[in-house]
Design a protein around this ligand. Sequence first.
Ligand SMILES: [Zn+2]
Length: 724
Amino acid sequence: MGRRASCAAAVLTALALVAPATSPAASSATSPAASPAAWAALADAGRARPGPGAAGVGDRYFPRAGNGGYDVAHYTLDLTYRPGSDRLAGVATVDAEARRDLTRFNLDLSGLRVLSVLVDGRPATWSRRRAELRVRPASVLRRGEFFRTVVTYAGVPRTLRDGSGFLHTRDGSLVMGEPKVAATWFPVNDHPSDKASYTFLIRAPRSRSVVANGELVDTRTIDGWTTWRWEAAEPMAPYLATANVGRWRFSERTHDGIEILDAVDARLFRPFARPRTGDRLAFVPGEDDVYRRLTRSLTVPDDGARVSFFVDRDTEEAFDFFTVEAHTVGADDWTTLPDLKGHTRRFPGGACPRSLEIHPFLEHYLSSQGGEELCRPRGSTGRWHAASGRSRGHERWVVDLSRFAGSRVELSLTTVTDESVTDVGVHVDDIRVSTGEGTTSFEADGDPWDGWRATGPPPGSPAAGTAWSLLSAADIPSRGSLVQRSLDREGEVIDFLESWFGRYPFSQAGGIVDRRRTGFALETQTRPVYDARFFDDPVSGASIVVHELAHQWVGDSATVKRWRHIWLNEGFATYAEWLWSDRTGSASPQEIFDDLYREIGRRNDFWELRIGDPGSRRLFDFAVYYRGAMTLQALRATVGHQDFRTILRRWTQSQSGGLVTTGQFVRLAERVSGRSLHRFFRQWLFTGEKPPRPSGMPAAPARPSAGEVPGDKPAARLTPHQVR
Ligand SMILES: [Zn+2]
């Protein structure tokens, strides 16, 4: 599972906010009611004579997850989904091998109504209790023999209380959740230790399409309903199964023998804005650290003048601004002008006084009160009037130039942004000046700019960034185009990850992005599901793709045998993000380690969690991700770079397709390095204390090296979207 907060700063802020952290994903977990020994005893009871299969596989975090007595080889899910009523109905066929002589066995199924159960073609008796479907076949199932269970069922799948699982979207459905989601939509042996192949036969109205794991084999339409056949031939843990009904725009390509297929909600491709009139408008994207002006000089008659225009804006609420600057040509009487329609406010912004360091020119309108106090909306020459956040489509602004009556004024439509979190940006169209000078709709009439110019930042502001430009309707970006921009890098990301983990483990790859805001991403096998807003920023967009594609090796191909080994998924996928950061010229894993190690004090709750056995409620705690990745960097310093690379590659290659435990990883690391690492791993995984800095690690610099002081961000910017 991925989360947005990948920079140390956001994580550290989050640590302060959510201690002690609880995992929303695990909040609905049942607490261990029976001991693992009890379940194991049940599983083994009467091995010599036929008996019942256990109601759980013996995972003490989730005692009723999965079931004992059999091993599933293949699921065929032949299901019809009606978007209007959210109703799912159909037949699940479960082909399994008996692991003992079975008089009865369980499947996991939560909610939904069971209509019939057949075992090997004969009606079976069945009963239900909570999330267990107990099946008694007509005759005993013999150990080592395959048997086929056919369950006919229907109902509206319930979304989990934390908002994950089977989601009902505006045009269909979306399945993403961990750890227990599969049983909410099909009868299943719902534990990662029982991997199987899948056939999805999903029927939906012809106006919709369906995307699942694996390969799209064919589609058939009868009477207005289309059946989509997807085959996931490579063994898969149940929580990684996904099948989604919607209006998808597919994008296909082949990369190095891997078939890549992305499915992005077609509605995400609506452009962020439209020209208010004609075919063109002026646009500046929402980038970090920029000060961008659209400027023109105007003569203001003695009786004054007014300027109106339409703006469609989406900037980070309270941190990034759109404003109108003005000064007399040749004079230092700069000020910002209020919108007579009331869209501007005098709020100085949550980043001020820090923003005065990034953009010293703002001191013309804003002044620091010292320390961390909010700025005053008055500066050395003028006042602060600006808008932040998002407009609902085109907004009409009017500014009054009468204070410049009888002179020539330079007017700028300006965006000023801070150092993190970007939104779409600002679109301007149909500028109208009461004198007629500079009135424009930016149309391609031989002089589209009509005297307006894109001008650079004022002295002291960062020079990088994109200037105002003119776009025609066809070139205006959409959230879908931003999503696809990052997904188009999947091949490049796979190549990079292969350089560390070896050959990509599956024949298929891709991504699924719905318009629904979920706030997280999940490594559903071959084709992860992402929240679209991860991709507004290309750096975060690439990073989340790295995380979820890394899970294809660590999590999906090499799968945890018990949930307590979760750091083998999340620590490794987070570490892959650090490796990617290094490759892109940003902070190295050692620098990220140093920042975290320095900033997270000995007493911080972060160190309390024994990530090698975090407990069912803290499976997805920040520490599992970040202490997990730090453990790998500490290991790298301890065994040396070459041995570390060998360990990672052997781990992913030798465990490919299998089930893994922390003990196996420790033994592999010891074998490769020829060292005893028992004490090392105990300190990093199994103590509630901050481990000592590894002796092989170079001394940390005193100052943060990632370019930002971790933890310096106001808490307000840690939105729920990021925490999740
Ligand atoms: Zn993850």
